[in-house]
Design a protein around this ligand. Structure first.
Ligand code: F6R
Length: 241
């Protein structure tokens, strides 16, 4: 586990962008795994600057997102399809058919989860970006999720619904279910970069780095990944020696 301590959110975002950009430029990544949420927004802003500075074409890149809410259409402003378009895809030349996310509107979400799992497995993720839930979740794999889990339909924990309510008009609007890559799916990725910022992530990050590996705190499994870099700011690392 490599840990990079950043001074603040901006520095965390820049260091992550520099790392990923270098690999993109050298075409060491064919398939890039992406995350949504508050944490990676600065990372997207920074990497877009680097891509635009060099006019780097990414028309060969495939991206696979970790998750999507069930019941939100791609053009719903809170869907992860819309998030990705707003924060990243509109600025780069990755072809639409190479921007892959689970379909939250599928009439058969379980079948959709299986389709997405197969797709991600066949593509093989070179580098996966992750955020961390305050309860230690990765993707939407909430506490208690099996480490052997593949992509599936999951219920969001009440604390996750609470945390995500900040992006919606009202808490009742936050979807209660999502399709998420499973923990086993995530762990198959060749490299992982976990981003964490702010004091509210300190407890979970401490467990991820130094805690017992337990399904009660899904992120602790990352201790067993062979190529993981954690880039976190001082506040998120405040409980780690
Ligand atoms: C997002 C995802 C989630 C978030 C996590 C942290 O695609 O899978 O695991 O990374 O909930 O969210 P923020 O960054 O909003 O604190």
């Amino acid at each position: 586990m490599k840990i990079i301590k950043a001074a603040n959110y901006e520095n965390m975002s820049k260091r992550a962008a520099d790392l990923v950009y270098r690999e993109l430029k050298e075409k060491q990544i064919q398939v890039l795994g992406l995350a949504t949420g508050g944490t990676p927004i600065g990372f997207y802003q920074e990497i877009i600057k680097e891509i635009q500075r060099d006019s780097l074409s990414l028309d060969w890149l495939y991206t696979v997102n970790l998750d999507e809410y069930i019941g939100l259409s791609p053009d719903h402003r809170n869907s992860y399809h819309a998030y990705m378009k707003k924060h990243f895809f509109q600025y780069v030349d990755i072809p639409l058919e190479q921007q892959l996310l689970p379909d939250g509107m599928s009439a058969d979400p379980d079948k959709e989860a299986k389709r997405y799992e197969k797709l991600v497995e066949e593509l093989g993720v070179d580098l996966q970006i992750l955020g961390l839930g305050q309860n230690g979740h990765i993707g939407f794999n909430e506490p208690g999720s099996s480490f052997k889990g593949k992509t599936s339909v999951v219920d969001l924990a009440p604390s996750t619904i609470d945390a995500n309510a900040r992006f919606f008009e009202a808490e009742e609007e936050v979807p209660k279910q999502a399709i998420t890559m499973g923990i086993a799916t995530i762990m198959r990725s060749r490299k992982i970069i976990l981003l964490a910022s702010g004091a509210e992530k300190a407890e979970a990050l401490k467990e991820v780095i130094t805690g017992e590996v337990t399904e009660k705190i899904p992120g602790t499994i990352l201790q067993q990944h062979l190529d993981i870099t954690i880039i976190a700011d001082k506040e998120a690392l405040s409980l780690v020696e």
